[in-house]
Design a protein around this ligand. Sequence first.
Ligand code: SF4
Length: 337
Amino acid sequence: MNRIHSLYAYFRRKYKCRIQKLPLDANATCPNRDGTVATYGCTFCNAKGSGTGLAKIMPSLREQAHHWQQHYNRADMKNIAYLQSFSNTHCSPERLQQILKECNEIPNLLGIAIGTRADCLDDEKIAILADIDLPEVWLEIGVQSIHTRTLERINRGHLFDIVPDIVRKASEQGIFICLHLMAGLPGESAEDFLSTLHTVLSLPIHALKIHNTFVNSGTVLEQEYKRGDYTPLTQEEYIELMCRAIPSIPSHIILQRIIADPEKTLVAPTWAGDKNKLTRLLPDTFEERGIWQGCDADVPNKLPLWFSSIEELPHALHEDYMQEIEELHSIHPWLVS
Ligand code: SF4
């Protein structure tokens, strides 16, 4: 049985079909790279801004979506258009509307997820996003840390103080919020990460993406690493940290990611390149220690069956599962269809 509330379980429970996030590149830029607030970006960020770079060879979003649909090749699949590269609301309201219109033309579209930064959102853009007539409208906001000294050291270009207001406004408008956090940032201790986690959990959010900080080639962080000014977390340290973090995360929060997916440009730590190993190690460690998401928060007595999809559970548990779903629906209707 799954010990965290994954995006897969959420989609499966709510829509009962395969949902795929299609990583799209709207040729956006970032205020931290184009000179609006800085030019060299966050110290860990490579020149691709975590994106696919697909816009250079395939400018049309519909064409990009078609490319991914062919790649996944599932006729029954519904799609989330995931505007992943750079900061996708760092543009005029008119441009944002145009991007959303293009996304809307993608076949079998269930929703849109927009990667951005808090300093690229305002009331007008939130209103535009709230107007999207799709069941899944997500804002994925890079936060990384709440600590000013860290945000300055990684050249984030804005501080945490602008995040809560934006999150509250977007959430009030019915937009789902996923915040991105990084563990093992330069100069941070385990306690620093945990205080970031607990601070963002006090906001009206729906999901988190968490991963360890890794060093990519061509970044400022690579220079720090080579000078000996930055030491990434070891795999053991990251697992220990997750064993402290996961129990305190309430069960309704969807953990869209707790394992990084580094690119070929990974310099360190080398263990982060073996995603499959961590995908086995983390749940095994949770099981050995008898911990699950929310066991120190809202679900102390029992691992929720609905962390798994009904298909993953033995038949003998299906009735209990359905009962738990009814209870879940009464508390968090948005998590159930
Ligand atoms: S905000 Fe994102 S895209 Fe911009 S520099 Fe930082 S990590 Fe890169």
